[in-house]
Design a protein around this ligand. Sequence first.
Ligand SMILES: Nc1ncnc2c1ncn2[C@@H]1O[C@H](COP(=O)(O)OP(=O)(O)OP(=O)(O)O)[C@@H](O)[C@H]1O
Length: 277
Amino acid sequence: MTDAKPTQSADALVQVRGLSTVLNGKTIFDRLDLDIPRGKITAIMGPSGTGKTTLLRHITGQLMPDAGEIRVDGRNVPALPRDQLFDLREKIGYLFQNSALLTDFSVFENVAFPLRQHLRLPEEVVRNVVLTKLQAVGLRGAAELMPSELSGGMARRVALARAIVRDPMLILYDEPFVGLDPIALNQILKLIRTLNDTLGITSILVAHEFAAVSRAADQVYLIAGGKVAAQGVPAELARGESPWTKQFFGGEADGPVPFQYPARDYAADLGFPEGPR
Ligand SMILES: Nc1ncnc2c1ncn2[C@@H]1O[C@H](COP(=O)(O)OP(=O)(O)OP(=O)(O)O)[C@@H](O)[C@H]1O
């Protein structure tokens, strides 16, 4: 484990170099460097508002950085022409915490949707692919149900089947465990690991649940203050000595992430321009 020094992997599927992003005058990333190795599960952790979702949006080209490179499979995303960006996005699967299923479509049609949207495949092929993906997430028997008939955990598994329906090279999981009971959480956890290993996918997992992350992820980046504050395999990372690591994994209320939101001088706010005597 190293604090604040990213691994430089020659075989990284995603390489971020010198990424700087300012949103609404706030620096989110300050020359961030990190590598996401192929075929592994890399977790991105960090305090709320540290930019984890923003990083995912950079990887998919939904947000332009102020400076730096985000290379996905060798292609610098911010510099890609529109058509190549769309090609790249088709090789990326997403799973969000709200599952984002289409409420008027059955489970089957939700999973089939990305196939029908972009490809003209014979119905028999669509059926085989969709049922194979539903089988992989344990829900082939639920193909005809509507989203309103699913539990939260099932809905997320359907969304996962949809995320892999076009055999992506990369899956982005944004808070996949939020709101799940322990059984559903473990099912999703196991699926993330199994799909990654059996389909040879590269996975990026944004999550706050360290116990779950430490079971699923091969390596973790802790992002804080616009940079990589720490990285390593989960068990080592939690033992890190940096103030960020200690506060984050110790769950301390005050530290580099301050308890107090930045504010004017307290005395001035209370009407004592020179402070109380
Ligand atoms: N489009 C935008 N315009 C302006 N500010 C934004 C925009 N998107 C995100 N932000 C700000 O950027 C910061 C990082 O947001 P982001 O959602 O990436 O954080 P996060 O680490 O994923 O947080 P959480 O763990 O709470 O989900 C936040 O302060 C957020 O308010």
